[in-house]
Design a binder for this molecule. Structure first.
Ligand code: ATP
Ligand code: MG
Length: 231
């Protein structure tokens, strides 16, 4: 059976990945500070609400709700309004609570997700969660049980992770478990930083291997695949 696609509706992106993210996949967006991970994740949820009326859940360990809501208003995304309509759910969780949720096999979050038929899920970011587990094998097991839960819930997920701008090694050690890795970074070229992105892997999907240009405008993120970055 062909993979069903979940469009991001983010300009220039879905055409690169055969129409969208795979349904029920776990997608990791990695990048350094200020590269656009949170904006991408929120845009994925907001576009689902606007275009398909799909409910989205945003789980965060780091972002403050009032600050996030006011930052996102600058792109015209009224999260408070969507929250009142029951279409956007903000959950502040600390990594310890996520750990507990895994042990309980769902807990409070599962209740919210199954009751409201959530289709799109974001965890921003997964870095502090990964730091909870010092042992690589246990971390891998914990990540796999989290991904299994997400899969049982029927959600398509975007997880963000901090990743230093230099170096090829990922600090998250989740790269083998996730279905896709999208990387944002800002290489410096002749004294000016550019916004670049690449799709490092995406299971079951034909995708370009180029490093391409992206931008952040008043409407959010836009991808410009025709502009290749040579670095
Ligand atoms: N209205 C805007 N127009 C253009 N660029 C903007 C606008 N608002 C924010 N930005 C850019 O987006 C960046 C913030 O993006 P975002 O919060 O998604 O980054 P992040 O990758 O989540 O960072 P962190 O790792 O710190 O959480 C800002 O540093 C700025 O460069
Ligand atoms: Mg962020």
């Amino acid at each position: 059976m062909k993979n069903k696609r979940v469009p991001t509706f983010i300009s220039g992106f879905d055409d690169l990945i055969q129409g969208g993210l795979s349904e029920r996949s776990v997608n990791l967006v990695i990048g350094g500070a200020g590269t656009g991970k949170t904006i991408f994740a929120i845009q994925f949820l907001v576009n689902g609400i606007k275009n398909l009326g799909e409910t989205g859940v945003y789980i965060t360990f780091e972002e403050r709700k009032d600050k996030l809501y006011s930052d996102m208003l600058s792109f015209g995304w009224d999260l408070e309004k969507y929250e009142k309509q029951g279409k956007f759910i903000f959950i502040q969780y600390n990594p310890e609570q996520v750990k507990k949720m895994l042990i309980e096999g769902g807990g409070v979050i599962e209740g919210i997700i199954t009751k409201t038929k959530v289709k799109r899920l974001v965890i921003d970011s997964i870095t502090s969660f990964a730091l909870l587990y010092k042992d690589a094998l246990i971390r891998k097991e914990a990540a796999l049980s989290l991904f299994e839960l997400i899969n049982d819930w029927g959600c398509t997920a975007v997880l963000t992770a901090q990743h230093p701008s230099n170096g090829e090694i990922f600090s998250t050690t989740l790269e083998f478990e996730v279905d896709s890795i999208i990387r944002f970074y800002n290489p410096k070229m002749e004294g000016v930083r550019k916004r670049a992105f690449e799709i490092i892997k995406m299971r079951g999907t034909k995708h370009p291997l180029k490093t391409m240009t992206m931008g952040i405008t008043d409407n959010g993120i836009e991808f410009i695949p025709a502009k290749i970055i040579k670095c």
